[in-house]
Write a protein that binds this ligand. Sequence first.
Ligand code: SF4
Length: 326
Amino acid sequence: MSAGGSGDMTQPVARFEDLVITYPSARGSLKAVDGVTLEVVKGEFLGLVGESGCGKTTLALTLLRMNEPGKVTGGSVKVEGIDLLSLDADALRRFRWEKVAMVFQAAMNTLDPVKTVESQIVETIVQHSQETKEQARAKVQGLLELVSIDPARAKSYPHELSGGMRQRVVIALALCLSPDILIADEPTTALDVVVQAGVMRTLKALQAKLGVTTILITHDISIMNGTADRLAIMYAGKIVEVGPTQQVIADPQHPYTQALLGAVPAIGSGTTVVKGIPGSPPDLISPPAGCRFAPRCPYAFDRCTKEEPPLVGDGKDMVACWLRTK
Ligand code: SF4
């Protein structure tokens, strides 16, 4: 399937094709990603959403070939036409940071506590490019300004910054070699809602200003409203719904997407009742036959437990549910 974007953003920058990623475990092989086909459109802001363990981080990390001990056991992944599975160690080292960079969730773990912000950015640029220390140092001010940090804070150590500022520094670090794709893995976890909103605004502004394709991984669908252009919803290693954000949030088609949205408190609605999603995701070592959401789905019927629903639609709006195809 081709899940294209909206407006003039139609050129794919990355493509997962029938991708399978398998992890070894004492009980047997576990397919964390199982047959995912998805295009990421150049310049878009894509939200990859699902509960913990659904495969969203594993899928995104494939763009950096950072799945160890997991292995790609089926399908392919390409960035700008380059088959990532064919890259040797040298090519892969150049590819990371320059083409695809990652913002990890725990900023304090990403930053070296005994080095200043400036020295960490300079070190990264020098290690991964031909630039000198002086050239790298000249870039620091601009990078900090990009993420709305006063350049005077370049000489600060991580512990001298607030949680939100540290996360912005990590974003600046990820941008230091001007990657085409920026992956942000739960970048607002552990931040309060006000700081969280500020980090999301920064990521959105960077997408608009730099044209950087942004993939944001989250379990919290509510933070995507007003930020992501498109959402891809994952459940138990598979994509179950893809579509423009406003459409998915206003009119979710897949029962799992509906359940995710039902689990979000409705701000200003006057109600505090939040529906949890009953049950838990399946064991991916021996997932159920048919639709993997069937044991938790209030609409499940006979066919759901026997046949797996394919992801179908017009390329823009895709859903994997028998209710949509029967
Ligand atoms: Fe529910 Fe069946 Fe649709 Fe799966 S295919 S989400 S079980 S209705």
